[in-house]
Design a protein around this ligand. Structure first.
Ligand code: FAQ
Length: 309
């Protein structure tokens, strides 16, 4: 790679300029962005499934409308993100193929089952809460299209976060059965939510290049600490118990968590979680069922092209 071009590129990042699609960039910067943005898109796309499963069983029309809007937002986030990756030269077909054949990753968190209605609220509060912490950081990233997508996605997810919190607070202040449902959902979603933010910094091989080039502005552990500091007091105030006997506050006011079971994390990432097979089957079925739509759109586009000739 041309050292002068690399130096000019790094100087632009140091000045806080955004890198735009046609600009020169190192091959590794492009590769890292395609990896990360496409996996982020896949996460939104698979992430529709755990909550989507509850649309037909929402307890009221109001809750059903909110949930449909949320799941639809997640589909939209996937679309923005696939488009952002396309600006780097990845094609939709390649990315979809990588997901559907299991070559690409998507977030570990979506391989856990949503067993009760309280899980829908807990996903909004914890999973969207963790996603917002990570994505607020990424809104400042050096690649223009990704950074701008994050601004819009974060504002929509702030609504998701609030609706989740509101739902859990209603249950936490509700009947003993509702309180037990909220606690049970917290017991099952707490640790996966911490894992979702990625391995500890010493086990995060991508952080080096990502932080050097201003893609990630904070490390996995820093973002996890922010997430914990925000959520522990609020969950405790709701009367819920965080399932971590070692949790305590240090002299700086940071909430320190007990050991994370990384063997569980890697098992889930490698396909051995409770719902990996179910999620991949659902996405493959949806893709196969959509074949006629893609064919019809292609036929329409080629006819429009002929008409323009
Ligand atoms: N799951 O070197 P690092 C959402 C992989 S969106 C699976 O630390 P990096 C919205 C990682 O890919 C949630 N794999 O990696 C929503 C790498 O493998 P690779 C998704 C994981 O990139 C809410 C290896 O481990 N958000 O939730 C995970 O520096 C509610 C080593 O890791 C994004 O994707 C994981 N949790 O840091 C939707 C945000 N963590 O690729 C519906 C963008 C790590 O080399 C309902 N991504 N791995 O084969 C990022 O910020 C980063 O990629 C991290 C990981 C922080 C996820």
């Amino acid at each position: 790679e041309d050292p002068a071009k690399l130096a000019a590129f790094e100087a632009r990042i140091a000045r806080g300029e955004k890198i735009e699609p046609g600009d020169w960039m190192p091959a590794e910067y492009r590769r890292q962005l395609i990896r990360m943005i496409s996996q982020h898109a896949h996460s939104e796309y698979v992430g529709m499934l755990p909550e989507g499963a509850w649309i037909t069983r929402a307890p009221s029309l109001r809750r059903k409308m909110i949930l449909i809007a949320k799941v639809q937002d997640e589909a939209g986030h996937g679309q923005y993100l696939y488009h952002a990756a396309e600006t780097l030269g990845a094609t939709r077909e390649e990315m979809m193929d990588a997901l559907l054949t299991g070559r690409a990753k998507y977030s570990s968190i979506f391989n856990y089952p949503s067993l009760t209605w309280a899980d829908v609220g807990m996903i909004g509060w914890l999973v969207d809460g963790a996603a917002i912490r990570n994505q607020t950081m990424l809104a400042g990233c050096s690649y223009g299209p990704y950074s701008r997508a994050m601004v819009r996605i974060c504002s929509e997810e702030t609504f998701h976060h609030k609706q989740g919190k509101e739902m859990i607070l209603a249950y936490a202040n509700g009947t003993p059965k509702q309180r037990a449902m909220a606690q049970d959902a917290l017991d099952r979603w707490w640790w996966p939510s911490l894992m979702m933010l990625g391995p500890h910094d010493q086990d995060s091989p991508n952080s080096g290049p990502l932080m050097k080039w201003g893609i990630k502005l904070k490390s996995n552990d820093e973002v996890r600490q922010e997430f914990i500091n925000e959520h522990v007091p609020e969950l405790q105030e709701a009367g819920l118990t965080i399932p971590d006997p070692d949790l305590h506050q240090d002299e700086h006011g940071n909430w320190v968590h007990g050991p994370i079971d990384w063997s569980e994390f890697w098992r889930v990432v490698k396909g051995g979680g409770q719902c990996n097979k179910e999620r991949m089957d659902a996405r493959n079925d949806a893709h196969a069922e959509g074949a006629w739509v893609r064919e019809a759109m292609q036929a329409y586009a080629s006819r429009a092209l002929q008409a323009a000739d």
